[in-house]
Design a protein around this ligand. Structure first.
Ligand SMILES: Nc1ncnc2c1ncn2[C@@H]1O[C@H](COP(=O)(O)OP(=O)(O)OP(=O)(O)O)[C@@H](O)[C@H]1O
Length: 384
């Protein structure tokens, strides 16, 4: 799939913008603080209805305005889909094919994006919450069922934690209600863990091939899903559900004492191992970067496998963080295959040599101007 055009109204520092995008590599060129990341963020928001930079939708609205709009046209093998999102004090509204969607989960998945920013290099080294967020964002985009389970789980988790707090402060005494909540939580928690395992298994396969290639066959990458659910129960959702219920039972006193839920996918983690050692603890910085890059590139292939379409790739200032060999690998892997947006302050060195026929946009103070006339359709490739 690819994004053919993008329109912004009062989005961040853009009063108005209407651009036709290139089918291949799009370079957003400009000085610092001009709006390059804002443009990338607009594409991310158009795909997922929420930003990767802020949890507060109102930050997306221009400071002088009350409402922001992002719209675009996505070209897929099945046809072209117009998408539109509006953000205001009343909340957000999402339209697919000009029809308003009652649920945002019905909207997500129309446009698939993968964002790669310098923070993503922290996927290996950073806190477990970064890796959980990574799984949730990526798998949620590929699979509406995952998104549904996740939203049910989050609502129940909040409710259960509140109830545990009430029990802790002796405002409630009904342990039967706690076990009702535990059963519900175990049901959705098990679905999430089972889906994560299934998707991780596929992602690992793609990441292994890429990692071996970048490391010139010297290294083998493996994934390890870290959970309190015992290994022997990790076979299917039903067994995971039973194991989670048993764990709630076993840890009930501890949970009552702490007033919070201590077991479940919201506490799980993902570990990356290189040559049988945890790369988070024992890997060099280079190995950690190779791992992060392999995982990100593997997502492209996984998304194609799961949805039948290549996603759109957003590279926010990431090339400058990679050495020449890794940059070369990245750009060669995506060239002629994936529509890509790259933000940068200058297009030079290895990047310029490697990118064939880029569509260049100059970004300055909330305006975006194409370099010459974009040849988006001329440079179209056959594959999606
Ligand atoms: N809601 C908003 N309304 C108006 N302007 C905003 C809003 N949010 C952010 N900005 C402005 O957008 C600009 C930042 O743009 P952006 O983050 O896209 O920079 P950039 O071009 O990617 O720069 P860098 O290369 O430093 O990352 C800042 O000048 C900031 O003040």
């Amino acid at each position: 799939m690819y994004l053919q055009e993008l329109q912004l109204q009062h989005f961040r520092n853009y009063p108005e913008a209407d651009i036709r995008l290139g089918r291949g590599i799009n370079v957003l060129l400009g000085e610092n603080a001009q709006g390059k990341t804002n443009l990338l963020e607009a594409i991310y928001v158009l795909a997922l209805t929420r930003s990767h930079r802020t949890a507060n939708d109102h930050d997306l609205v221009n400071w002088q305005a009350k409402t922001a709009k992002v719209s675009g046209r996505v070209v897929k093998s099945a046809g072209t889909v117009p998408l539109e999102l509006t953000f205001s004090r009343q909340g957000k509204r999402a339209k697919v094919n000009h029809l308003e969607q009652a649920r945002l989960s019905q909207y997500v998945g129309q446009l698939n994006v993968i964002l790669f920013a310098p923070e993503d290099l922290a996927i290996v080294k950073g806190a477990p919450s970064i890796r959980r967020r990574f799984m949730d964002m990526e798998f949620g985009q590929m699979n509406p069922r995952y998104l549904y389970n996740l939203s049910q789980y989050r609502t129940l988790l909040k409710q259960r934690n509140r109830y545990l707090k009430d029990l802790q402060h002796k405002q409630k005494r009904d342990l039967l209600f706690l076990s009702v909540l535990s059963d519900q939580l175990a049901l959705y928690g098990a679905e999430i863990i089972a889906q994560r395992l299934r998707m991780l298994h596929k992602l690992e396969h793609w990441a292994q091939v890429i990692h071996a290639e970048i490391s010139q066959q010297r290294e083998t990458l493996t994934f390890h899903y870290a959970t309190q659910v015992p290994d022997e129960a990790l076979t299917d959702a039903k067994s995971i559900q039973a194991a989670l219920s048993a764990l709630y039972e076993k840890q009930r006193d501890k949970e009552l004492y702490q007033g919070t839920t201590l077991v479940g996918p919201h506490r799980d983690d993902l570990h990356f191992w290189v040559n049988d050692k945890n790369v988070q603890t024992f890997g060099s910085q280079g190995q950690q970067r190779t791992t992060a890059l392999s995982v990100k590139l593997a997502e492209i292939d996984l998304m194609k496998e799961e949805t039948g379409e290549y996603p759109v790739l957003l590279l926010d200032d990431v090339l400058s963080e990679l050495d020449d060999a890794r940059q070369t690998h990245l750009l060669t892997a995506i060239q002629d295959k994936v529509q890509t947006f790259i933000t940068t302050t200058s297009l030079s060195g290895i990047t310029r040599q490697l990118i064939k026929d880029p569509t260049i946009f100059h970004v300055a103070d909330g305006t975006v101007v194409a370099d010459g006339s974009p040849t988006s359709d001329d440079s179209a490739t056959k594959e999606d």
